[in-house]
Design a protein around this ligand. Structure first.
Ligand code: TXA
Ligand code: MG
Length: 330
């Protein structure tokens, strides 16, 4: 067990972060989506450590994070004119682009794929960190594999205390769900994971945008998609409306189980206030609250009953995807 420090972002903690990274160690850092668990992307042993520390499957590739002035062309073949447009409109921000790789980072980052996912986060603390270290930083979300992603330094500490030396604290992540992952190697962009930059937003800039749907029996293009994810430690169940939720709530009560209801504000009136995990009303509110409510809920509930939101367009597509994965069967 090592001692895990939580530090505000200062010149001193950034200097410590850089020296940890340069010796193959891990540093957790804030972004506008969720907290990341970073290693020097050029270091085989650093990148290896990410997989072992999280218990992450060896075939799930990592995103490389860079500051806004880092030389992208040193890392990837940036061929598509539409990719430049997407960068101009959405970056820095919660959009990760998958390019053909130049192979300049550890091959473990992309788990042997010939592509590289690159992200330029907008969070001020993330930019300060990336600029200070001036390295390509490989980072997945800073949770134990399959658990709910962390949206505060305390969440990271709860999962990784004793396993990493340093957590840079940049306050709560405002976005709340992971970045949109978009493949830009083809004739038009294809979204591999939905997020805060919606498919509709991408279409409004470049016209055409596909959405990747994994097919049975086919090799998945974004290996992360096949795993159960984002799951709280308590039992969960997903229902389609408030009536179903009430029925389940009463059943669980009869079994002596403490049920909490995770739902949009419009359903709140049907349930006891002290058993509510209220997601709010807009898609952006729901995204920003989802993971902290799941983490809050797992500490007090025997079971979380989630009511599926009624809309599924725009940013809600990303929220719904995370909710489904959090509450899915194994
Ligand atoms: O918002 C985020 O993206 C956060 C913060 C920390 O930046 N990071 C994050 O990383 O969510 P992670 O490892 O939990 O998810 C990375 C996703 C996975 O679904 C993975 O399969 C996909 O990106 N991915 C990474 N490299 C890829 C590649 N070369 N081709 C296709 N998908 C890739
Ligand atoms: Mg993750």
């Amino acid at each position: 067990m090592m001692n895990t420090e939580i530090c505000q972002i200062t010149d001193r903690s950034l200097a410590e972060a850089k020296s940890i990274l340069l010796s193959g160690g891990l540093v957790a850092f804030p972004t506008e989506t969720v907290y990341g668990l970073g290693a020097d992307a050029r270091s085989d042993s650093g990148v290896d450590k990410i997989f072992t520390t999280k218990g992450r499957p060896q075939d799930n590739p990592l995103i490389v994070h860079i500051h806004r002035d880092f030389d992208l062309n040193g890392l990837v073949y940036d061929e598509m004119p539409y990719a430049k447009k997407l960068r101009e409109v959405f970056l820095p921000g919660p959009l990760t682009l998958v390019y053909r790789s130049k192979g300049k980072v550890s091959s473990k980052v992309s788990c042997g794929l010939d592509t590289l996912a690159v992200r330029v986060p907008s969070h001020v603390g993330a930019q300060a960190f990336l600029r200070y270290v001036d390295l390509p930083i490989a980072a997945p979300s800073a949770n134990v594999s399959k658990h709910v992603s962390p949206v505060s330094a305390e969440h990271v500490f709860a999962d990784l205390n004793g396993k990493i030396p340093l957590i840079l604290d940049g306050g709560p992540s405002s976005g709340g769900i992971e970045s949109t992952v978009c493949d830009v190697t083809g004739e038009y962009p294809v979204v591999l994971r939905q997020g805060l930059v919606s498919v509709e937003m991408i279409r409004s800039v470049v016209g055409k945008c596909g959405v990747y749907v994994p097919k049975e029996g086919e090799q998945v293009r974004s290996p992360g998609m096949k795993y159960k994810h984002y799951a709280p430690k308590c039992k969960t169940c997903l229902v389609t409306d408030a009536k179903q939720a009430s029925l389940r709530f009463d059943e669980f009560k009869k079994e002596g189980l403490r049920a909490y209801v995770l739902c949009e504000s419009k359903y709140a009136k049907y349930f006891p206030k002290d058993r509510l995990l209220d997601l709010g009303s807009t898609a952006e509110e729901m995204a920003s609250r989802l993971y902290s409510l799941l983490r809050e809920g797992e500490l007090v509930a025997d079971v979380i009953i989630a009511i599926e939101p009624t809309r599924s367009d725009g940013v809600m597509a990303g929220v719904l995807n995370r909710l489904n994965k959090a509450c899915a069967e194994e």
